[in-house]
Ligand binder design. Structure first.
Ligand code: S3P
Length: 151
């Protein structure tokens, strides 16, 4: 059984690289945000706007719970998944290899799309602050760290 999860900052490339890897090794690909948007038929932005971040975090944990039970998948998680240790516990208990994708924050700022990213939509500088708050968590909770800085 192969289960691989990507964690890391918004814009670090989790979905792009996760999809590439899943194609290459022929596993199904899932993204927690896409899963939530489909399930609730609402964009992440609208969930934040209408229900608040606290609600989104609850829904995110539910999504991790459901998705972590799947076999043979590559999973891309939202950047805030490390804020709730129980998300990481779920991934570990369900035997995921957890890969942290690390990308220089200035490179992220250069080409990230702020559409549908409510935490940075009003001020991209929030990204630096968020990175400082989470940097250690991404390192602590991953089995491997891969740098995605080459392009
Ligand atoms: C978030 C990251 C987003 C999304 C939500 C919150 C975060 O996912 O889950 O906007 O707290 O870092 P991506 O990392 O896929 O952008």
């Amino acid at each position: 059984m192969k289960k691989i999860a990507f964690i890391g900052m918004m814009g670090s490339g989790k979905s792009t690289i996760g999809k590439m890897l899943s194609d290459r090794i022929k596993l199904d690909f899932f993204c927690t945000d896409e899963f939530i948007e489909k399930k609730y038929n609402k964009s992440i932005s609208d969930i934040f706007k209408e229900n608040g971040e606290k609600y989104f975090r609850r829904v995110e944990t539910e999504a991790i719970k459901e998705l972590s039970e799947k076999r043979d998948i590559v999973l891309s998680t939202g950047g805030g998944v490390v804020l709730n240790k129980s998300n990481i516990d779920l991934l570990r208990e369900n035997n995921f290899l957890i890969i942290c994708l690390n990308r220089d924050i200035e490179k992220i700022i250069e080409n990230i799309s702020i559409e549908n990213r409510p935490l940075i939509k009003n001020d991209i500088n929030n990204l630096r602050k968020i990175y400082k708050e989470r940097e250690l968590l991404y390192k602590k909770y991953s089995d491997i760290i891969i740098n995605n800085d080459d392009n």
